[in-house]
Design a protein around this ligand. Structure first.
Ligand code: NAD
Length: 341
């Protein structure tokens, strides 16, 4: 038989717990038969401490554009002036316009009050109050401008509907505050209504974001896909992961025209770095999203099934609460358990 074609992917292990998690994740991917060729790139703390303020090594950009896919560990964001968040730099420079964060319950294996919840938040990732247009008018008056474009709205809304169609989801809910911000949020709502008409098989509705957030907290099982502006999406997706009981388990995809970046939802956890304690599940879920993105859904399913079976067997890292724990293990032993399954 001819050997399978390998898809090159850029891999940045990241800072803190990142390298341990990446090692565990790549071992699982290899065991699952992922047809990938990992190409290491330098992104993160070491790079900016070397004086490259973006935190991204110059050669890394070329590799990112060539492979079009980055699997990334968490990056420690330098505190204080002079440095921008590496994550924000990557999103802007690579045009990663949609941030996709699934949030689902794994009851009863991970404790949650909402066992039926299974939703995906698609967040606009470049505009809104994150455009970074802030200035001081006087010592006592500061201003931050909210930037919303038709193109930005249309891209993210269309992505949400295409995602729903591709993944067999039936409803897309937009959230905005267009009763108050009639121009910016109004544009988002208007574009949502326009694009929704092109997807008659998918139910489309809209909620004002405050009542939307309240419902998300109280009845998350009512939602399927949620599409929203950058700041609302940032807040809503943390609420959703918390309610699912799985903050440490979530993976996310940052989608652009020609590059996509996959990472865990959590940060670099310097408090437990180098101790073989961290849960690799967030990065593993991100890697599964990546495999689906590059057309290896078969491998993604194998990885996810083995991972779910590990949870069902009560094998957990120390961060997971629940009565269904048979064995507490470290990072690498957890990966071994997934590989066995
Ligand atoms: P954090 O997510 O790193 O840690 C919060 C708490 O959760 C800590 O107690 C940590 O031990 C625990 N935790 C996180 N991930 C875990 C895992 N996989 N397994 C077990 N426990 C885990 O958040 P923080 O402390 O606010 O941030 C630390 C650093 O990470 C900061 O420099 C921040 O800027 C950065 N950060 C990076 C990203 C990213 O790269 N995408 C995201 C968030 C935060």
């Amino acid at each position: 038989p001819t050997p399978p074609t390998l898809t090159p992917i850029a891999v940045a292990p990241g800072d803190g717990i990142g390298p341990e998690l990446m090692a565990a994740t790549l071992r699982v991917l290899e065991a699952a038969g992922a047809r990938i060729e990992p190409r290491p790139v330098e992104v993160g703390q070491e790079v900016y401490l070397r004086g490259v303020s973006s935190g991204v090594a110059p050669e890394a950009w070329e590799e990112l554009r060539r492979t079009g896919v980055l699997l990334k560990g968490p990056i420690t964001t330098p505190q204080g002036g002079g440095y921008k968040s590496v994550n924000v730099t990557l999103r802007k420079a690579l045009g990663l316009y949609a941030n996709v964060r699934p949030a689902r319950a794994y009851a009863p294996f991970v404790a949650t009050h909402h066992p039926g919840m299974d939703l995906v938040i698609v967040r606009e990732n470049e505009e809104d109050l994150y455009a970074g247009i802030e200035h001081r008018q006087t010592d006592e008056v500061y201003q931050c401008l909210k930037l919303v474009t038709r193109e930005g709205c249309e891209r993210v809304v269309r992505y949400a509907f295409e995602y729903a169609r591709a993944h067999g989801r039936r409803k897309v809910t937009a959230m905005s505050k267009d009763n108050i911000m009639k121009l910016t949020d109004g544009l988002f709502h208007r574009v949502f209504d326009e694009v929704a008409r092109e997807y008659p098989e998918i139910t489309a509705d809209h909620l004002i974001v405050d009542i939307g957030a309240a419902r998300l907290g109280a009845q998350p099982e009512r939602f399927d896909v949620i599409v929203t502006l950058n700041l609302y999406g940032d807040i809503l997706s943390d609420i959703a992961s918390e309610v699912a009981g799985s903050v440490g388990l979530g993976g996310s995809a940052n989608i652009g025209q020609s590059v996509a970046l996959f990472e865990a939802v959590h940060g670099s956890a310097p408090d437990i770095a180098g101790q073989d304690k961290a849960n690799p599940s967030g990065l593993l879920n991100a890697a599964a999203l990546m495999l689906t993105h590059i057309g290896q859904g078969d491998v993604a399913a194998r990885v996810l099934n083995a991972w779910l079976r590990t949870l069902e067997d009560g094998i957990h890292t120390g961060d997971i609460a629940g009565e269904h724990t048979a064995r507490r293990v470290g990072t690498q032993a957890f990966a071994d358990a997934v590989i066995e399954r």
